[in-house]
Design a protein around this ligand. Structure first.
Ligand code: ADP
Length: 197
């Protein structure tokens, strides 16, 4: 049974794009809570309307809503397919819920990758993306708030996994292709460690 990977990184670190590249190369599945929320918001489902109130303010959607959505998505993914969690878990409560959920579905986390980018660089990238893509949460006030929320609520999740000892930190500054290579190496080493052939 292939174990799953958790991708962590602050807003603007590029984890979504990088997760996408990695899963495409290997035929894995990306589970991005940000993408799932945006999809619900676009379709104007009830969950989408609830999420929008938080997303547009740069706050986290309540854990029970987020965890419920992840559980629904997990039902659709075959046990033999490796998942890269992208943007989940983002709170310690979500990390604990994920452990329970994965056990429920006969799955486990093999490793955690943290994409590290300094705050000044994140601010510059997010401000640029705001001009190009017009995401409703990419406004100057909301950008600063999202970075603060990340430090306060998500940093502790890195420590949560760090205590279990299977976290790799990858430098997220540099040419995109090089960062992909660093991530691929980190993922392969975590998977080898979890399942030595
Ligand atoms: P970014 O990493 O740039 O903030 P995401 O697409 O991952 O972008 O998330 C966008 C927004 O969706 C977050 O600011 C938050 O409001 C909501 N969101 C995404 N994932 C979660 C989560 N695991 N828990 C709570 N809220 C989330």
């Amino acid at each position: 049974m292939p174990g799953d990977l958790v991708f962590m990184g602050p807003p603007g670190s590029g984890k979504g794009t990088q997760a996408q590249t990695l899963v495409r190369e290997h035929g894995w599945v990306q589970l991005s809570t940000g993408d799932l929320f945006r999809d619900h918001m676009r379709r104007e489902t009830e969950l989408g309307r609830t999420a929008k109130r938080y997303v547009d303010r740069g706050e986290y959607v309540p854990d029970e809503v987020t965890v419920g959505m992840v559980r629904e998505r997990l039902r659709e993914i075959p046990t033999g397919t490796r998942i890269v969690f992208d943007g989940f878990p983002r709170t310690v409560a979500q990390a604990e819920a994920l452990d329970r959920l994965l056990a429920e579905f006969g799955r486990k986390v093999d490793g955690v990758i943290l994409l590290d980018v300094p705050r000044e660089e994140l601010l510059a990238r997010l401000t640029k993306r705001a001009k190009e893509q017009g995401r409703s949460d990419d406004t100057p006030e909301v950008i600063g708030k999202r970075l603060d929320v990340y430090e306060r609520q998500t940093r502790p999740v890195v420590d949560h996994y760090g205590r279990k000892g299977h976290v790799r930190t990858v430098d997220g500054v540099g040419p995109v292709g090089e960062i992909s290579t660093r991530l691929r190496r980190a993922a392969e080493s975590l998977l080898r460690e979890a399942d030595p052939a």
